[in-house]
Design a protein. Structure first.
Lengths: 100, 100
């Protein structure tokens, strides 16, 4: 089962002891504040987890995969996630215990 | 933006909760995310993005100091795919300057 906002809020209710409405708001705000920072062009660095970085891409040639027609892919800013050392280390070992 | 700045930003909008509850909540959310990836489980946050694991097969590497060949075991690495809302908002925001 995937981890979702609903699962996260339920856990906050059980562990932190805030009420369900507050827990839901908290989870929403957590992701919204990260989006707002990135939207403003700020990198987000969460120690023990990883960094959300921004990259400015220049225009490059592309193709419509259906028609084969050439169309330029416009310049854009994209978000990339760079997992931190601690997260990498904890995830790596999954290969030795399980298989997808 | 760092983890403590994220906590402050949430506190400004969620002013009926104590700083301590917000801090505990942010740490709990991040720990839940790490644990879920550690267990090979995906994370799906609509409008933000999804985190999955990507498999890296075993490969032969070299110790850069001694030049000696070493077997690097298979592993998983965390991967983030930004959701549509995050992609659109970051790209629209790119008319402003990037901050560090």
């Amino acid at each position: 089962m995937a981890l979702t906002k609903a699962v996260m809020a339920e856990k906050l209710f059980n562990e932190v002891g805030i009420n369900k409405r507050e827990a839901k708001e908290m989870v929403d705000l957590f992701f919204e504040e990260i989006r707002l920072a990135l939207e403003k062009g700020k990198q987000v660095k969460l120690s023990g987890f990883g960094n959300f970085d921004l990259r400015d891409k220049s225009e490059r040639p592309g193709r419509n995969p259906k028609t084969g027609e050439e169309i330029p892919i416009s310049a854009r800013r994209v978000v990339t996630f760079r997992p931190g050392q601690k997260l990498r280390a904890r995830v790596e070992t999954y290969a030795r215990t399980n298989k997808h | 933006m760092t983890k403590s700045e994220l906590i402050e930003a949430i506190a400004e909008k969620h002013n009926h909760l104590s700083q301590k509850d917000i801090e505990l909540s942010v740490k709990s959310i991040l720990e839940q995310m790490v644990q879920s990836m550690e267990n090979g489980e995906r994370i799906e946050i609509r409008g933000f993005g999804s985190f999955t694991l990507h498999y890296r097969p075993p490969r032969k590497g070299r110790n850069p100091k001694t030049g000696e060949a070493v077997e690097l075991p298979e592993k998983y690495v965390p991967h983030f795919k930004p959701g549509k809302e995050l992609r659109d908002r970051v790209n629209k925001g790119s008319r402003g300057k990037r901050q560090r």
